[in-house]
Design a binder for this molecule. Sequence first.
Ligand SMILES: Cc1cc2nc3c(=O)[nH]c(=O)nc-3n(C[C@H](O)[C@H](O)[C@H](O)COP(=O)(O)OP(=O)(O)OC[C@H]3O[C@@H](n4cnc5c(N)ncnc54)[C@H](O)[C@@H]3O)c2cc1C
Length: 519
Amino acid sequence: MEPYFWWTDEQKEFYVKLGEFFKTIEQREAVTRVKREHPFELYEEVGKSGIMGAAIPKEYGGLGLGATGSCMLAENVHFVSPGMGRILVGNMNGGLRQIVEHGTEEQKAKFLPSIANGTTGAVVITEVTAGTDASGISLRAVKEGDHYVFNGRKRFIVGAGVATNYFIYARTTDDPELIKKHKHLTAFMVDAAEIEGIVTEKINDILGFENCQNGSLIFNNCVIPESRRVGEEGQGFKIMMNGLNFERTNIAATSLGWHRTMLRYATSWAQRRVQFGKPVMDISENQFKISKMVTNFKLMRDAVYVTAKKWDNGENVVIDASAIKAACAGLALQNAEMATQIMAGDGINTFYPVKNLFEIAKTDHIAGGTVEACNLTIFRQALKFWAEDLKMPRRVIDPETGTPVPTYDPVEKVACTEENLLNVLAENYRVNQGLCMTIEDIAEYIDGSDEEIVAAINALEASGDAAVAVRNRKTGAPTLTRASYDGLSKAHPDEYYMYWQSFIDKDPRRHLGSPALGK
Ligand SMILES: Cc1cc2nc3c(=O)[nH]c(=O)nc-3n(C[C@H](O)[C@H](O)[C@H](O)COP(=O)(O)OP(=O)(O)OC[C@H]3O[C@@H](n4cnc5c(N)ncnc54)[C@H](O)[C@@H]3O)c2cc1C
């Protein structure tokens, strides 16, 4: 695949090297999938190759290629191995970023070079009662002197039982005030060889995870030294959210590898499969499927590497990370659906890898936060960061056509009286019929503090029902206000609100309610 123009020479070389390296293990990886074996030897080869250091800073034994390097690794490993890629991405991107950003020098010196050399890792968040609601974790870590004692269980953990490092989130307090502020969780990173008391409870049989272990863990009086705590007590939720943004970026990159594999199999297969005396690729239905698959892939690849570049520039990617994760999950499944349909019987047969990708593409709708969880983040963050952009402009009635049009002319504010407020609400009825006004909207026209505007709304509503307010259920404060029908009549005669656009037949006899009708 072609490089992007903003990649450095080092990144371009790395991308080519990844492609060549994974070709050397592709065949053996395919066999482990059929045998359903965890490919320990292949992980060792990956470790020795040095590629695992992609996103690790050079001073800790890595390649210093940033999020871009890490997405390149995710794309290329998934091109040949959806299973191995799962553990490498979990290892690389689940715990790595958290250690880089929040780890102590001792933790960085211990864990980062070992990850660069290929030790695999697991990220341990989910529990039986804490899925999307990850703050509901109940694995308990109780501080005793210079260590914590862990008791509880986790589930759905990629790498459970086979990983070396575990990045664990646990509850360290039940204080309701701290829970309300999401300060009840704490993060830890441990090397399994250093501790006792964690056992694998069971291994899950997950769609598409033929050679990738996913399981549940039991923590039974497991002692973890305080030196393995990442960040301060109570910072766990914040660290988890940061980590998830990075993980989501990389999960999106994984699907690029799948898109490429599905494309190459579906294309070659359709060019060589003959029905009715010609290749099935000559059928326009199949050509359109391929072109749709290329479009999906292209859009996703651009979005992933732009997001990675933004990470590397230190920009805020909180919307981007969830957006590309959710979009790539959806488009990967769409592409998998089209690839299997083109290849028909061969598409849903283990004889080709497309069946495996069809299955595993679905897991991306769930792992790393469900598509719905991503959508919630996108919605909340977009409303927060793009508040200005998402506000529709002020509107006025155009004197020539009588219709509402946008304006950016300055407003001459009026004093905060009940009468002026009613006029503002009446004017809003003319330009935004059916919409209420927030306190902020009203403040664009009325010269007064929020408290004075609220007092005027309360007074207007109390004195003769001229205004109707929607109120905050807890505080009772007005949040959205509009003029009532009585208020509209009180503010202006009905004619003030009437307008007929220029294309309407102005013959008054044709308009019910016009002054001329029936008189
Ligand atoms: C393949 C795979 C790998 C995984 N790897 C790991 C791992 O390595 N480490 C780890 O800790 N976890 C891992 N998980 C767990 C994963 O993060 C959770 O499965 C996921 O967060 C959803 O939790 P749940 O399955 O309990 O579903 P639930 O949270 O019970 O959700 C059920 C449904 O309700 C929806 N829903 C829930 N709350 C809301 C809401 N507020 N608004 C809208 N919709 C909502 C969900 O989107 C979903 O459709 C993995 C899961 C899978 C499938």
